[in-house]
Design a protein around this ligand. Sequence first.
Ligand SMILES: Cc1cc2nc3c(=O)[nH]c(=O)nc-3n(C[C@H](O)[C@H](O)[C@H](O)COP(=O)(O)O)c2cc1C
Length: 481
Amino acid sequence: MNKISQLISLLGGTGAVAEKLKIKPSAISNWKKLNKIPSNKRKDVLELGSYLNINIEHFLPTQKLHNFKFKILLIISGGIASYKSLEIIRLIKKTDIELDVVMTKSAQKFITPLLVTSLNEKKCYIDLFSIEDETKMNHINLARSPDIILVAPATANIMAKLANGLADDLASTILLASFSKIILAPSMNPVMWNNLATRDNYKKLLERGIEFIEPDTGDMACGESGKGRFPEPRAIFEFILSYMRENQKLSNQFQDISIIITAGPTIEAIDPIRFVSNKSSGKQGFEIASELTKRGAKVTLITGPVNIPFPNCENVIKVKTAQEMLDNVTQQLPADILICCAAVADWRLIPKTSTNNKIDTNNKIKKTKEKLLFEAIKNPDILETIAKSKLRPKIVIGFSAETSNIKNNSYSKLISKNVDLIIANDVSNNKVFGEDFNKVFLIYKNNYEQWEKQSKKSVAYHLVNRINDLLINYNKRAVNA
Ligand SMILES: Cc1cc2nc3c(=O)[nH]c(=O)nc-3n(C[C@H](O)[C@H](O)[C@H](O)COP(=O)(O)O)c2cc1C
């Protein structure tokens, strides 16, 4: 009897397995004949084994993920389920994913770093103030290098620390210093889970784009029952694998596509120390640049002066004025896509005296008894100039900051400037600029969408999906033309 036939008989025989998996018995007979389970059924079979409480892993070949060069940082915090993270380590070790592990002090009350080190065959990190590790700023390296930071189990405490920006140990400092995708697998007593403080923290984290593997409902180790049980380690592992697969699929979505993104404010000098500008932080444009880079695009980011770290894209050009921004966008053409996210100053101000005396703007303007007047000179409209130029990219997208009549104003801009999509936001009452969240409208020629308030990272992710749709439609039209 071959391995798969043995496995099927262990699970109750062909008929029972077919019934449980809702597939034809002939399909199961085929698996037995070929001594192979199709990869899309592997998960169902493993779940059936776990449901029947039979360990069947050794019947199935280990998963080799040769295409992935993924790096995971697993943070184990201190809950009753900490020991289950050992199974996650074991499952990850069966793949070619690179794994580092950090443990909190409380986690070390439940399992030892030595056990984790020997399972992972690699040093387990436990100390923020380690002289040995910190010679190379290890907490920053650990924060920056992984594709995913998985916190499993995640205690109520570590959720609260992350939600409120506390960084008082290695794990919480890494979480705060990271750009990586953070996935939390919480596990705690149901009263702790339902506590309003934990609910608030959960909501805050979700809004910031942090992902959750929800706890299961059932009997707890503490004798109570409800929501809060740590999910099966295999379910967590499968979640991570599907996240990685999705990422891999997306990683070449924009291969060979050149994209120019403008971001941040522009500043228009009045004299060497005074200027006109606006409150744009650059965050939304940087998130879009980062998401498109992850999906394989060749991104040139042209940014005004900002105080945030640059994303890891192909080319970053720093500019100050609207004219410099336009000149640099023009130099980068031709490109497939232009996304004008920068808040370009609409005017520059030329100082004059009331008697029209000439003012030396190369030096600091001195106070005089005469009234100082400013002539507002219109800056170039980068979006419109490029959208109406001979080198117009295939797709041109603009951002529009409005304080009233958002939809109508944005639609007028879309039409008059010859743009494919306008992302409009309401900036009245100091909303949006500098914030981590954004609430946007997407205005197309024939329809519009209104999105829920979400993190700028999340807006970037969903927006890039829409840009992909626009590109597919453009290519279809080009083929049919
Ligand atoms: C026996 C025991 C079991 C615990 N289990 C959990 C748990 O499952 N989930 C949780 O959030 N906290 C649990 N705690 C409380 C945490 O250990 C405590 O909040 C600690 O400060 C968490 O620290 P950390 O988040 O830095 O790992 C438990 C405490 C003890 C003593």
